[in-house]
Design a protein around this ligand. Structure first.
Ligand SMILES: Cc1cc2nc3c(=O)[nH]c(=O)nc-3n(C[C@H](O)[C@H](O)[C@H](O)COP(=O)(O)O)c2cc1C
Length: 180
């Protein structure tokens, strides 16, 4: 798919068909997302693909701060991707000191780029995704027994779209772009 078209036609998809998303397909999406740029090429993002229904339902029910809108999305998705970031590397020196005044900002910045790259690659392959930020990090870390040196960046349910959401309005370029 042409890049501009892929960017413009990607939507947050919250309803999915029952069709399985195979591990091979997920590997292809992550292989594309691996090309996202990152701070000094540190590549701190990791993708935990939750295929087990019991674990996925547990996260849906207990890991969304009571936001049942997100519960339903996760329950209906064949796969839930939990995006994490290895901490203390992106934006930090080897001695652990912060390289800039922005502390942990850069690891989240890297994760954001990786998330969009993941979602665009998935869209190109006919999959639907949505980035979920209303989540309970501590609960999900415990559900998956994640290592102490990783933080959760976001959840991304993945599946074949069962809806075609209308594009939400975007701000006009004149409001976004300032020529200086
Ligand atoms: C950081 C971030 C957090 C988000 N969190 C949620 C969420 O918790 N639940 C949800 O349904 N959508 C969530 N979204 C999706 C946005 O609502 C969506 O991207 C926005 O409305 C624009 O729609 P589009 O992605 O179809 O262009 C989130 C998106 C981002 C980037």
């Amino acid at each position: 798919m042409e890049t501009r078209k892929c960017i413009e036609t990607r939507r947050s998809v919250r309803k999915y068909t029952d069709q399985d998303v195979t591990p091979e397909i997920l590997e292809q999406v992550v292989a594309a997302a691996a090309w996202a740029p990152s701070w000094k090429n540190t590549q701190v993002v990791r993708y935990y693909a939750v295929l087990n229904k019991e674990t996925k339902d547990r996260i849906a029910e207990t890991g969304v701060l009571g936001f049942t809108w997100n519960t339903k999305i996760i329950q209906g998705a064949p796969v839930l991707v939990v995006m994490t970031m290895k901490t203390g590397r992106s934006g930090f020196e080897k001695d652990g000191s912060s390289s800039t005044s922005k502390g942990t900002h850069w690891q989240s910045f890297d994760a954001g780029i990786a998330a969009q790259t993941f979602c665009l690659a998935a869209h190109e392959m006919g999959l639907g995704t949505v980035i979920l930020g209303v989540i309970d990090e501590n609960v999900i870390k415990e559900c998956l027994n994640l290592p102490d040196d990783e933080e959760i960046a976001a959840l991304i349910p993945v599946g074949y779209p069962a809806e075609e959401p209308k594009p939400p309005r975007r701000k006009p370029v004149e409001e976004l772009l300032v020529m200086c």
